[in-house]
Design a protein around this ligand. Structure first.
Ligand code: PRT
Ligand code: ZN
Length: 284
């Protein structure tokens, strides 16, 4: 049995649960007073915790793995191993100043008072940049401290930036780009590692599927080589003859990143009847 901690209720809860459900794992949700739930079809027990507690629980082996923001992992400084970047819960830890305060570069922060809940990450950032500032640790509502005269600047998480804007602040530097991580206890027992590997296999099959599309098209045989080279797929495209002589059907997968560019190139190379479909799972 592998024990996995996810956030009980917060910004990462829904995406964490959705990730596991998409991997075919069936479990009760962490709402109401339920703090743990055993999956009914996979050797996994889920614990629903506050995100701040997850790194310590993972370090101590109270749970084997956890899903938590990179910002929390780095701030807590616990010894855990990062297994996978999960691509959700994206945000950045940024420095922000009152919108009219002058700012040219980081040296303008020298000697200033900076309010934050991320003392460790900020201190390391300032040290790396040779800045000495006075860090004030605040546990919440950091963005109001400049208007209260408690700080000259803040260092806080930002996603859309609308909270900064509403508080008359402007972002001047990014300290950290963060996303949700799957972390694990430093020495996992082999039988737990096996379960984790099975879980990772499923997560990666889903992620690969999301990043690719299935593509079908018709190509004149004299252009086959050029067109096939544009959609190499996982090994090489499938080529099947069409009923109409001189034509073939090509099937392949295509990465979402290059999708539109390749589509234009395929058309220009003489491909016709191009169909694109989403993939459910992709095992590479
Ligand atoms: O109760 P618990 O301790 O478990 O939760 P929490 O309140 O400490 O954390 P929670 O649920 O707010 O956030 C969990 C994680 O989500 C964070 O640790 C980040 O990794 C990630 N995340 C992603 C964010 C944001 N985006 C985000 N926007 N965490 C916080 N924010 C804050 C931001 O600081 C601002 O105050 O949300 C507000 C809105 O942001 P804007 O920029 O969109 O206005
Ligand atoms: Zn928290």
């Amino acid at each position: 049995m592998l024990r996995l901690a996810i956030q009980k209720s917060g910004r990462l809860s829904d995406d964490s649960a959705a990730l596991l459900r998409a991997a075919g794992i069936v479990f009760g949700n962490g709402s109401s007073r339920l703090l743990r739930s055993a999956a009914s079809n996979f050797p996994l027990e889920l614990l629903f915790l506050r995100d701040d507690d997850i790194p310590e629980y993972v370090e101590e082996g109270v749970v084997d793995v956890g899903i938590v923001g990179e910002n929390v992992v780095l701030e807590k400084g616990k010894s855990v191993q990062t297994i996978e970047r999960l691509g959700f819960g994206r945000c950045r830890l940024s420095l922000a100043l009152p919108k009219n305060a002058p700012f040219q570069d980081l040296r303008d922060l020298q000697g200033k008072r900076i309010a934050t809940s991320y003392v460790r990450i900020l201190q390391q950032f300032l040290d790396r940049n040779g800045i000495q500032a006075d860090i004030h640790e605040i546990s919440g509502a950091v963005e109001i401290t400049p208007s209260l005269g408690l700080a000259d600047a803040i260092c806080d998480l930002v996603s859309t930036g609308s909270t900064l804007l509403a508080n008359g602040l402007r972002e001047v530097a990014t300290v950290l780009e963060s996303e949700a991580l799957l972390i694990a206890t430093p020495a996992l027992a082999p039988e737990k590692q096996d379960i984790l590997d099975r879980l990772l296999f499923r997560l990666r099959a889903n992620r690969n599927a999301k990043r690719h599309r299935y593509i079908l098209l018709n190509a004149p045989n004299d252009r086959l080589e050029t067109i096939a080279a544009l959609i190499p797929g996982m090994k090489s495209p499938t080529v099947l003859p069409l009923a109409e002589p001189g034509w073939s059907s090509l099937h392949s997968v295509i990465s979402e990143e290059v999708f539109w560019d390749v589509l234009e190139q395929l058309k220009a190379a003489g491909a016709e009847g191009i169909l694109v479909a989403p993939l459910e799972r992709m095992i590479v």
